[in-house]
Design a protein around this ligand. Structure first.
Ligand code: ADP
Ligand code: ZN
Length: 210
């Protein structure tokens, strides 16, 4: 199954992507994670991306399209994949279409803006391995410490309250039009994001016919 997860920053698409990944045994591909890893490793791409990411803007289409083209060629994508955070613009969706890849379903996780802002303040990531957490919805076993690598849990620079509002605007302007794009092909399903992760998961799986 080839899936796309859409949603505002902080709507919980990353968490759902990981759950579906375990359940269907297909990779979850997060352009955000790939870009953050490149920034941390100081690669050419990471250096180019940093100014956009830190300001809450989108990284240029040609950069992310290049990342996805390479990633989808890898062996583990043969039986399907979950795209988390790609496409985020109409040109990205068109690029995906022109790669000749058939998308089976697009799930849009809907959370109202006022809840997004509150949720984002609780988001944390591991400074060492990049695993994501939430102080309320996805707690680590020990507060402030990563379950996987004992790394320190920090707030992403682009999760600071000022940047969050910019990212929400970017989402409404550039990413939300994708709902129409995929509704026209009959592939879009919307899921109301719930308080409890498990409740959202039930709705997501139902939307996938699972
Ligand atoms: P969130 O989890 O909040 O939705 P991501 O981790 O997916 O955020 O992305 C973080 C940042 O990485 C974005 O704000 C943007 O700057 C960049 N980015 C990620 N995916 C894309 C994309 N498909 N197109 C452009 N920029 C992207
Ligand atoms: Zn870690």
């Amino acid at each position: 199954m080839n899936l796309i997860l859409l949603g505002a920053p902080g709507a919980g698409k990353g968490t759902q992507a990981e759950i579906i990944c375990d359940r269907l045994n297909i990779p979850a591909i997060s352009t955000g994670n790939i870009i953050r890893a490149a920034m941390k490793n100081g690669t050419e791409m990471g250096k180019k991306a940093k100014e956009y990411v830190d300001a809450g803007n989108l990284v240029p289409d040609d950069v992310v399209i290049g990342i996805i083209k390479e990633r989808l060629l890898e062996d583990d994508c043969k039986n399907g994949f979950i795209l988390d955070g790609f496409p985020r613009t109409i040109p990205q969706a068109e690029a995906l279409d022109s790669m000749g890849i058939n998308i089976d379903r697009v799930i849009s996780i809907e959370v109202p803006d006022n809840k997004i802002v509150a949720r984002m303040s609780g988001r944390r990531v591991c400074a060492k391995c990049g695993a994501s957490y939430h102080t309320e919805y996805k707690k680590s076993k020990t507060e402030g410490v990563c379950d996987f690598c004992d790394g320190e849990l920090i707030r992403r620079k682009d999760d600071e309250p000022d940047t969050v509002l910019d990212r929400l605007n970017v989402y409404h302007e550039q990413t939300e039009p994708l709902k129409d794009y995929y509704a026209k092909t009959g592939k879009l399903r919307t899921v109301e994001g719930q308080e409890e992760v498990a409740d959202t998961t039930k709705l997501t799986l139902a939307a996938l016919g699972l």
